[in-house]
Write a protein that binds this ligand. Sequence first.
Ligand code: CIR
Length: 403
Amino acid sequence: MQTRPITLSRRILAAALAALAAGLATHVATVVVFFATNGAAGANLIPVSNYFAPATGLLIVLLFLAGLLGAFRTWWGALLAGVVVGVGASVLGTVIAIAASGAPWDQAAVDYLLGSIIGTSLVFELAALLTAVTIGRAVWRRVAAWRAASPTPKALVRAPSRRLAEGELTHLERTPVDADRADEQWEAYVAALAAEGFDIVDVTPADDHPDSVFIEDTVVVLGDTAIITSPGAESRRGETDAVRETARELGLTLAQIELAGTLDGGDVLVVGSTVYVGRGGRTNAEGIRQLRAIATPLGYTVVAVKVTKALHLKSVVTALPDGTVLGAPKLVDNPAVFERYLQVPEAAGCAVVVLGPDAVLLSAAAPKTAALIQDLGYRVVTVDISEFEKLEGCVTCLSVRIP
Ligand code: CIR
């Protein structure tokens, strides 16, 4: 993942705080254990602390470097870093302690050094391992979560695959896709979101997945929960790994739709606390059941609706900021399921991205709808996404917005 404005500084801060917290906790735990097991004599406290100080300093520096490499993102990464860095820091720390004591570098010193790894320093090493996995990781996640909780909305995007033209088609005839034009249109789409105040979060592109630019299908975000989907098209199943990683780095709580359930994010339309989910070619009943099980405890009501005339639910309906559902002519199976419904004049006009309480993003292919929405008092930003429309994409599916 790459968060354009703050990636590096946030990563440095998270690694530094995690390393500092784990290192200091290791030091305190080690000194306390030695103090307690040596008769709790007050005079021992400072010498013991001084003895382990070089190892602690090294531990903090090495954990910081490991953190920069992403060690705290997963529990096993933190575990590995705790073991390797803990032993490394204790060995180097003991070397420094021997050198500082003025003792000669003879066989006895080497024996002492090797023996310390499973002797004197064992407590330090165990403490480093435990604090890296617990405190270090918790601090890392908390710092990442500050970002998720920040008031700036985010938009997850994924640059088009070089194999974009091979994307899946279900309802349209295949027509040639101009890759350069698609890249330009994607850049303009991203720039439009950035201009509206979204922090752009780039998910690592996936050239092996032609449809990966349609990132909306891989994750549904409800509040602080990112529900990683189980895409209905087999060719798209590998798209979710990098998206899961990004959601984790953003500090979102992860949930997962599992096979045999299938669910595409394009089938999920959130209006207030109602989650409409399309039962169509990509999303099956088991996928809907799992979504309901995840969303209901979060305070949402999941309403399943049939989709038989288009790829996804959001290919035929989305909603204005006031909750009015916009529907494409002739493509909505049952408009009556929506509380406030407005049919728009063009199929491409039914998809809007909410930019704020008074503005929406719309395809340039729907000028009559743009006029209609403007007439309702909204500001309308238009983007040309014709190359993506050839692959049954629309404005919503090129990003995932996190308010
Ligand atoms: C697909 O068939 O999966 C892609 N060619 C288009 C996905 C569009 N996704 C969306 O509207 N949510």
